[in-house]
Design a protein around this ligand. Sequence first.
Ligand code: NAP
Ligand code: MG
Length: 423
Amino acid sequence: MKIKVRNPIAELDGDEMTRIIWKLIKERLILPHLDLALEYYDLGLPNRDRCEDAVTREAAAAINRLGVGVKCATITPDADRVAEYKLKRAWPSPNGTIRGILDGTVFRKPIVARNLRPAVRSWTRPIIVGRHAYGDLYQAVDFVVPGPGTAELVFTPRAGAAGAAAGGGAAPAGGAATEQIRLSLHEFTGPGVLMGMHNTDASISSFAAACVDYALSEKVELWFGAKDTISKRYHGRFRDLFAQAVEERQAEFAAAGIAYRYMLIDDAVARVLKHPGGILWACSNYDGDVFSDMVASGFGSLGMMSSVLVSPGGRYEFEAAHGTVRRHYYEHLKGHSTSTNPIASIFAWTGAIRKRGELDGSPAVAAFAGALERATVGLVEDGVVTKDLVELIEPRPASYQSTEGFIDAAAERLGRELERTGA
Ligand code: NAP
Ligand code: MG
């Protein structure tokens, strides 16, 4: 008896080795157990080229409509790929396009197993990193100052725009400007460097709201760190808008038994290294760039990092954090056996299925996702792993599985897990 899933999930297929893994997961782990309608979008590069990337925009619209999507890794073509796949042009990053349409925030979450020892000994539960993906250093203007001179920061209000900033978020300190603001930055006595950067209340508040949503959905403590002792207005604004987003949902935080903590970024970094995990660490753009890589490598393997895009409207797209694993795909094309870790892709599916179950009010569907996750992590804990994990688990296993061998072992264990839990 298959478990009935009430509403469809948008399925976004992808490229190379992950496309091969994707099909195996769907056919051997998901569809034998779930009566699930999938709205299929082929984001494989040949199809994106054929339809001039329309399929990517259609897929984003489907996630918006259905509320839940699951995405396979895709190639973002560069000049080499344009030649390799004989493309009409270098199509933009599908993830960038989808993020633009859903206006979402990406959260990266490591998958933990008891015998998979992170480099940081205290990390026993996932540390989820949420990165603000707009502004600051990444939309900055900078240049090399040629010699002595005066540097100023100038803001000219748009004619008739006075008071426009008062809608929505907190009013800016001092209210909307009606006159030009001019601040002296530095008096250069010789050459140097200069940079101007910005962010917007709308983007910061939307990021904070997505973090609040995700912390509530995962029932984990929410941390946010900045440097407001030094950057009193810029980072202070982030701190205040975050506090406001949390304040609006305070009752839900209390009901979920979770807390929000603001701290200085250096304090957050020091604490995170001694913390057991089980937190969502919200980071400004640059901090998120740096610390998401630190956390990912601290937890061990790219094959064990999942990722979810959460839109402010409460739409979710789940995927693996890694790419299409090109090197393994070329081996596969030569007819060689591969040992590619499918766990992050499996967790993309379980994340989407659990969320679908929650949104539909179907506990049996969410329970299936839990069973598949336990079956997969259970294999790792028994020493049944792909090659990338051999060096990382204790005790070191004597052998490793092929890509397909691991998925077959997961299918078998899932069957036993479902029997055990009576699902
Ligand atoms: P990648 O797919 O992230 O893989 C880089 C290397 O990391 C692999 O060669 C492999 O190392 C290891 N690795 C990653 N995932 C693994 C897994 N599941 N199991 C075992 N090992 C794993 O990056 P890439 O191969 O350099 O990039 C290929 C394509 O992915 C690019 O065209 C890029 O545009 C795309 N990409 C897509 C996304 C996305 O859709 N979200 C994200 C990033 C990149 P070894 O070779 O040492 O075994
Ligand atoms: Mg980085």
